[in-house]
Design a binder for this molecule. Structure first.
Ligand code: PGA
Length: 252
């Protein structure tokens, strides 16, 4: 079964609502033509409503960058899955390495968020990836396996239909260093093998695995042409409309 490519922009902590709206409108215009892959943008919580409004009826979906697992209540500073859906989100990122690095995200909390996102009927982009020390220490596969098993604990095979995985080597995020297409393909194939062993061949073949980490207009085509790389999670380059457009157009 051919997997449909999926390119998502992670805008991180950038843009005011007015700036986010302007970027969304420009992307809407630039990407109006072909629709051969799925596209989403993930602004800050603050900008979701403005971006969803700007993109309504377009091919570009809106995602959040995180969510909390409780639905509502006394959890100062948090936002829940049902709230994201009500604001216009179809997707949420979970387990981004910046959350793991700076905000004490663990495999266990990734799993709680993932189950809450499923409950809210959000589609999920769940991130895994090793640090530079882990790669140099030859433990990339162990780390990715631990993160994946932690994230997917308790999931049933049919629930993986709502899931996209993103392999993001931490050493490649925002550094200008990209995994070579060969390095990325190897880890993607390893991840798909893990999913096959746990959830079966049909689920593994249907699962989309994005690559993330310094994806740019000039390296996207090579990365995205690899058999197990089904799209990209783009940080820095997703803030520049022309660059994001070029990456979307490089998708198979
Ligand atoms: P980058 O970020 O493209 O700026 O490296 C990717 C990500 O963190 O998702």
């Amino acid at each position: 079964m051919a997997r449909r490519s999926f390119v998502a922009g992670n805008w991180k902590m950038n843009k005011t609502p007015a700036e986010a709206r302007a970027l969304a409108l420009e992307l809407r215009q630039r990407l109006a033509g072909s629709a051969k892959c799925d596209v989403a943008v993930c602004p800050t919580y603050l900008c979701i409503a403005a971006v969803a409004e700007a993109l309504r009826g377009s091919r570009i979906a809106v995602g959040a960058q995180n969510l909390y697992w409780m639905k509502s209540g006394a959890y100062t500073g948090e936002v829940s899955g049902p709230m994201l859906v009500a604001a216009g989100c179809q997707y949420t990122i979970i387990g981004h390495s910046e959350r793991r690095q700076y905000f004490a995200e663990t495999d266990e909390t990734v799993n709680k968020r993932l189950l809450a996102a499923l409950d809210a009927k959000l589609q999920i982009i769940c991130c895994v990836g090793e640090t530079k020390d882990e790669r140099l220490g030859n433990v990339t596969e162990q780390v990715v396996k631990r993160q994946l098993e932690g994230a997917l604990a308790g999931l049933k095979a049919e629930q993986l239909a709502a899931l996209t995985l993103a392999y993001e080597p931490v050493w490649a995020i925002g550094t200008g260093l990209t995994a070579t297409p060969q390095q990325a393909q190897e880890v993607h194939a390893f991840i798909r093998g893990l999913v096959r062993a746990k959830f079966g061949a049909a689920v593994a073949e249907a699962l989309r695995i994005q690559y993330g980490g310094s994806v740019k207009a000039d390296n996207a085509k090579d990365l995205l042409s690899r058999p197990d790389i089904d799209g990209a999670l783009v940080g820095g380059a997703s803030l520049v409309a022309g660059d994001f457009e070029a990456i979307v157009k490089a998708a198979k």
